[in-house]
Structure formats: structure tokens, C-alpha cells
Design a protein around this ligand. Structure first.
Ligand code: HEC
Length: 195
């Protein structure tokens, strides 16, 4: 910073302090206490910041103010909750094509390796026959997917899948019964008669 040229500085004869020449009132002299440079720059920075802020938030409106931001986040959260909420109680059979298609996506990605693409069974049991180890109702199917049976090679999917995804993939599997794919695995478990 350049010093103000109008100000004349003189030295106090006794103490050597810098004084502002001519700033003497009733014998009291004014010291030249210049602001530290770091403080001044910080001050200028806040001015620049406020200009940018004003332009961005109030003139150009390219960013949201707090209220708008809050409203947007709340709306997004509400949408998220809605999207992950099971359609009913999480074990009801979903029969509409969109949910079954979503179930198939999960199945093909995570389950087909062991149960095969058409559910005929490989490492995991055949999911297309009437025989079920853990029962063939929607509740039973959801339960084994949620809890798994790790000692037999079926892990719990609770942490990797959202409740709705579990309901979708369970519905997809439920609908597999009776599809008779080629080369099915031999039945395991007991015959489960659906109502
Ligand atoms: C690593 C192999 C493996 C993967 C991957 C796998 N499973 Fe299984 N699954 C098994 C085995 C093994 C069993 C039999 C468990 C038992 O004997 O209790 C089984 C059992 C089941 C049963 C019960 C069948 C019955 O007869 O009662 C269902 C339903 C099932 N799995 C669904 C799924 C779903 C849905 C996925 C994907 C999200 C999946 N599995 C992924 C191996 C697997």
C-alpha cells in the first residue's frame, strides 16, 4: 500500500514514534498507526467477496438463496423416500410390468450367477418348481432374500438392496414358478402349495 501522500509524517523527537504532522490538538499528537497490510488485504477481499456474492445471488440469480436451497433439498429427500418406500408392506406381490422389470434387472445382475438366468438353479436351488426349501409365499421369499442362509451359500441381501428392490426381485422370482425352463436343477425342499 502506498501511503497517503497528503499525510506528512514526522518523528517524535523523544520517542521516535511516527506522528501525523499537523494533527495536534491541545498538545495531543496523533500517532501514525497505519493498518497492517494483511488486515487491509483481508478487508479488500471481503469487498470483492461481497460484490461477487451480490452479483451471483441477487442480480444474476445463478445460485439459490438459503430458502430455495432448503426447499429443493427437502423436495429431493421426499422424492427419495417415496422412491424407496415399498409399494405396500414390502412383502405384497407386485405384478405390474415396471416393478417386475426392475426385479429382473436386480435378478440378472446379482442372482443369476447362482440361480441361473431363467431360475433353473445351479449353486442355488431351482426357483421355477413347486419345491421350496424356505417356503414359496411372498413373505417366505422376501425373508430368505433379506436374511439369507450364509452357511448354505445364500448371503443376506439386506444391506445391498433397498426394501423396494427386494420386493421387486421377490415378485419376479414368485412369478417364475411353473415357467419350466430347460435343464432344471433337481427339486430341493418340500412342495409348497400356494393358495
Ligand atoms: C452365491 C450364490 C447365490 C447368489 C448370488 C444368490 N443366491 Fe439365492 N440361494 C443360494 C443358495 C445356495 C440357496 C439355498 C440356501 C439353503 O439351502 O438354505 C439359495 C436360496 C435362495 C432362495 C430360497 C429358495 C428356496 O428353495 O427356498 C431364494 C428365494 C433366493 N435364493 C433368492 C436369491 C436372490 C433374490 C438373489 C439375488 C439378490 C440370490 N438368491 C442370490 C445361492 C445364491
Amino acid at each position: 500500500m502506498e501511503e497517503n501522500k497528503d499525510l506528512k509524517i514526522e518523528k517524535d523527537e523523544l520517542t521516535g514514534d511516527e506522528l501525523l504532522a499537523g494533527h495536534e490538538y491541545d498538545g495531543i499528537k496523533e500517532l501514525n498507526n497505519a493498518l497492517p497490510k494483511w488486515w487491509l488485504w483481508l478487508f479488500y477481499l471481503t469487498i470483492v467477496f461481497s460484490a461477487v456474492y451480490l452479483l451471483r445471488y441477487h442480480v444474476l440469480k445463478t445460485a439459490d438463496l438459503q430458502d430455495a436451497e432448503y426447499a429443493k433439498e427437502m423436495a429431493a429427500a421426499a422424492k427419495n423416500i417415496q422412491a424407496n418406500k415399498p409399494a405396500t408392506d414390502g412383502t405384497a406381490l407386485l405384478t405390474d410390468p415396471a416393478n417386475l422389470a426392475a426385479g429382473k434387472v436386480v435378478y440378472d445382475k446379482l442372482c443369476a450367477v447362482c440361480h441361473l438366468a431363467e431360475g433353473q438353479g445351479l449353486v442355488g436351488p431351482n426357483l421355477t418348481d413347486e419345491y421350496w426349501i424356505h417356503g414359496g409365499s411372498m413373505e417366505d421369499i422376501v425373508e430368505i432374500i433379506v436374511k439369507g442362509n450364509p452357511s448354505k451359500g445364500m448371503i443376506s441381501w439386506e444391506k445391498q438392496l433397498k426394501p423396494l428392490e427386494i420386493q421387486q426381485v421377490a415378485s419376479y422370482i414368485y412369478e417364475m414358478e411353473g415357467t419350466n425352463p430347460p435343464n432344471p436343477k433337481a427339486p430341493e425342499g418340500q412342495i409348497y402349495k400356494r393358495d
